[in-house]
Design a protein around this ligand. Structure first.
Ligand code: NAG
Ligand code: NAG
Ligand code: NAG
Ligand code: NAG
Ligand code: NAG
Ligand code: NAG
Ligand code: NAG
Length: 762
């Protein structure tokens, strides 16, 4: 019986072959700092300058532009294209322009120059969910918040399909508030804005976006999740029937097109954030990014300015899991969101000739006559090339797949493409099997023939059967949409994991939210992304889909608590998150391949719980001014980086450095690598619950440490009152080399449980 091993070898070797295609952290870090290699090619550089505020009298925008232009060798390239791409007068002092590396390097000698770096293109992180999250029309947060009415959510993404029913003014919304100053750039023949879609802007740069229309689908899908109007009787080929609705269906939508299909240039993200702040939005939603130092990330610099204006930015964590530490948008002022599965599955069933049965998924479920029964199984992957293993076009040559079910590994090509390849070769069905790094997360694909997507665990058994059986056969049947599937929720394998490499030791992601097989608005037919549609819906998975759930919920909280700071909204969402699945077990990690409990670097503080977040009792309100000593305390911080991150607002000279663990954050992560055998971290809570109340502390100690909280009781007399306490952590043995120890601290008073995880790392 060596066959199980050989099957394992096949799938493992695939991993090794595929590995170079996946972006490691190094590929994104290579190019960011001066000195720049001299070339004669122009690329877009982001140029930071010293703030002109010191000179007598502020510059008006014309003077500012002239001042910026004075840094360029001339206004156009030889090709006639303008050099200047964007000028900024709010998020940073500086501009983005086309320069050669040599020209950029020569800026260094000019007065007022701070730093220049070539911009990066940030990758995109690609309705039933309101119900799953406990949002109900007739009680709770949806009712109290009027579903977010009057709140403006900015979505910075690939644009919008304006005439989709998800962005119609179905709920007859009021006009946007008077503070709204945004524009609508939608061409007349493509629809228009209304009281739902209040703005749609793009930034005119030749050869870039000519309109704010969505040419990829990503932005439309994300906007629909956050604030889509209700659309009744939605289904995808009869599946997932019901009303599709965004999390904040009455909130206003302001679209900023800053991304193309292949990603989001940082100079555009900065411009989009600048414009949205100036336009008067309340919440900023971003689903793109890559791991990066704070000073060279547009999202992180821009969101710091948004924070100073009282605007919370919610970002996706990225889809680089389960590899640790490939997490983006990890600054403490951002709410960073990972992805979890929901309890809804479009179930397909695979039965092998030996009677073994496996549940998987497919969103193309032909009626019973589409079932395929007892047909031969083919596995092109026995010939160990990437092309054969992953059923790429051309790989069926020399194989007789006519009328058979073909086994294909996930990876390299889109699974729907694989099903097209199998169909063209005459195949009757397809089984797409997860590779070891895909774990247990299943996606509902629109295969063009009867098909099923199965986990890596099941894949090993299926390939084992194929290997030992002379005449292997299989059947595929369909069960339609199932609810309450177990275990759920679970952490999606692809969801990016901490620990963050750049934020000094703040636990990230913050929370997880639904991000697997999310049905939302889509500008194309689900089967074919070259065929436009005005009213389609499609399933998509990614942290890109998780973040807008939280953005919509944050809009609801903003409506109920207009006086809350961004940090208070964030704290409410974090301290009320839950960590148990529907069977009351710790939420498990799809990426473990063994249903292992999700650790803090996968789940953050837990899964968002909107109804509980409405009334959290206490909040951890991180003060904006505390971020300056926090930034000064980061390893490798320099005066130039400080100017770039804070736009000159903070310098480190007279400020004390604050270790990241002392920032008043709703989660507690402590490194025991340095600083001896004990640590004491301070925290401050603000009463937002019941005026006269007494909270007492409950601690679950992480293994290997003792935890002492002082004081153990907090007595409040009024709303808004603050109380300080300290958490003393003593190591009982040696350092937790390479291990992560987790416990929690809970302030309890009546119905309130204000929970913070305590995470001890090396
Ligand atoms: C730019 O560099 C390329 C490659 O090094 C070279 O072939 C080309 O002649 C250079 N062009 C100019 C204008 O120097
Ligand atoms: C602009 O400046 C560059 C470099 O200084 C030069 O090669 C080019 O000819 C100039 N173009 C125009 C239109 O002046
Ligand atoms: C699914 O939606 C289509 C319109 O998109 C509709 O014609 C059809 O009746 C719906 N099917 C079900 C089963 O609800
Ligand atoms: C392919 O296999 C099918 C069924 O096993 C068989 O009927 C057919 O003749 C084969 N075709 C070729 C070209 O061998
Ligand atoms: C596969 O390649 C052939 C030849 O280039 C092409 O005609 C066919 O459309 C391709 N099939 C798919 C599914 O891409
Ligand atoms: C805790 O650490 C502080 C500062 O390093 C030190 O003064 C104190 O003695 C330590 N206490 C214990 C019990 O290790
Ligand atoms: C940590 O050690 C100090 C010094 O021995 C002691 O006073 C304190 O109670 C200890 N705290 C905990 C939580 O064990």
């Amino acid at each position: 019986m060596d066959s199980p091993n050989s099957a394992l070898v096949l799938l493992t070797s695939f991993f090794l072959l595929a590995a170079p295609l996946f972006n490691g952290p190094n590929s994104t870090q290579a190019q960011q700092l001066l000195p720049i290699v001299k070339t004669n090619f122009t690329q877009v550089f982001i140029v930071h300058l010293q703030s002109p505020n010191k000179s007598p009298g502020l510059l008006n925008s014309e003077e500012l532009n002239e001042w910026y232009l004075s840094y360029l060798p001339n206004t156009t390239l030889d090709s006639g294209e303008p050099r200047m791409i964007h000028t900024y007068d709010y998020v940073i002092t500086g501009f983005a322009a086309r320069l050669t590396a040599e020209e950029a390097a020569s800026l260094e000698s000019m007065d007022g120059f701070v730093f220049a770096y070539p911009e990066k293109i940030q990758p995109l992180h690609t309705t039933y969910t309101p119900e799953f999250l406990g949002l109900n029309q007739f009680n709770g947060l949806w009712e109290h918040s009027s579903q977010g009415e009057g709140v403006i959510v900015a979505v910075l993404d690939t644009g919008i399909l304006p005439n989709h029913p998800s962005f119609a003014d179905t709920l007859k919304l009021p006009q946007p508030p008077l503070k709204w100053r945004g524009r609508c750039d939608i061409p007349a023949d493509s629809g228009s804005c209304n009281n739902k879609l209040v703005g749609a802007q793009h930034f005119i740069v030749p050869d870039f976006f000519l309109t704010p229309l969505d040419d990829s689908g990503h932005g439309t899908h994300v906007a629909g999740i956050a604030v889509g109007s209700p659309v009744y009787n939605v289904n995808l080929s009869g599946l997932a029937r019901g009303t599709a609705s965004g999390m904040a269906p009455s909130a206003h939508l302001a679209v900023y097109k800053v991304c193309r299909k292949n990603g989001c240039p940082d100079s555009f993200s900065l411009k989009g954030i600048e414009k949205s702040i100036q336009d008067g939005v309340d919440i900023i939603q971003i689903s793109n990014g890559a791991p990066d130092e704070f000073h060279s990330s547009g999202n992180i610099k821009g969101s710091f300015r948004a924070l100073q204006k009282g605007i919370l930015t919610i970002c996706s964590a990225q889809n680089q899991g389960p590899t640790p530490s490939l997490i983006s948008n990890d600054a403490p002022w951002i709410l960073t969101v990972g992805a979890a599965s929901t309890g809804r599955r479009n179930t397909a069933v695979l039965k092998l000739g030996n009677g073994m049965v496996f549940n998987g998924e497919s969103s193309n479920q032909p009626d019973p006559s589409g079932n395929i029964v007892d047909v031969p199984l083919v596995y092109p992957g026995v010939i160990r090339t990437n092309e054969k293993l992953s059923c790429q076009n051309g790989s069926m040559a020399g194989l007789n797949v006519t009328g058979k079910i073909v086994l294909c590994g996930r990876g390299f090509t889109d699974p729907v493409e694989k099903s097209k390849v199998v169909k063209e070769a005459g195949g009757a069905g397809i089984i797409v099997v997860n590779q070891v790094w895909d774990g247990d997360t299943l996606w509902s694909y629109s295969f063009v023939i009867p098909g099923i997507h199965v986990t890596n665990k099941d894949a090993l058994k299926i390939i084992d059967y194929f290997t030992v059986e002379k005449n292997p056969t299989a059947s595929i049947t369909f069960k339609g949409t199932e609810f309450g599937v177990r275990p759920s929720p679970s952490i999606a394998t692809f969801s990016s994991r901490g620990p963050s490499l750049y934020n000094g030791g703040i636990l990230k992601p913050d929370v997880v939210a639904p991000g697997v097989d999310i049905l939302s608005a889509w500008p194309f037919t689900p089967e074919d992304s070259s065929v436009k549609s005005d009213d389609a819906f499609n399933f998509e998975s990614g942290t890109s889909m998780a973040a807008p759930h939280v953005s919509g919920i944050a809009a609801l909280l903003k409506k109920v608590h207009p006086d809350w700071t961004p940090a208070m909204i964030k704290s409410a969402l974090m301290t009320t998150a839950y960590t148990e699945d529907r069977d009351k077990n710790r939420i498990t990690d799809d990426g473990s391949n063994s249903r292992a409990p999700a650790n803090a670097f996968a789940i953050g503080v837990g899964h968002v719980n909107p109804s509980a977040a409405e009334d959290p009792g206490l909040v951890y309100d991180t003060k904006v001014e505390d971020y300056i000593p926090y930034l000064c305390g980061l390893r490798g911080m320099t005066p130039v980086k400080m100017i770039m991150i804070t736009n000159g607002a903070g310098t480190c000279s007279n400020k004390k450095k604050m270790p990241a663990e002392e920032l008043n954050y709703p989660s507690i992560q402590v490194s025991m690598r340095s600083g001896g055998k004990n640590k004491t971290v301070p925290r401050t809570v603000t009463n937002v619950g019941i005026a006269k109340s007494i909270y007492s502390v409950t601690v679950v100690e992480p293994k290997g440490v003792t935890v002492d909280v002082n004081p153990k009781k907090l007595e409040f007399a009024s709303i808004g009152e603050e109380k300080k306490f300290t958490v003393e952590i003593n190591l009982t043995g040696s350092w937790p080399a390479k291990e992560v120890w987790e416990g929690k601290l809970v302030w309890v008073s009546g119905k309130y449980q204000v929970t913070s995880p305590i995470v001890i790392i090396d």
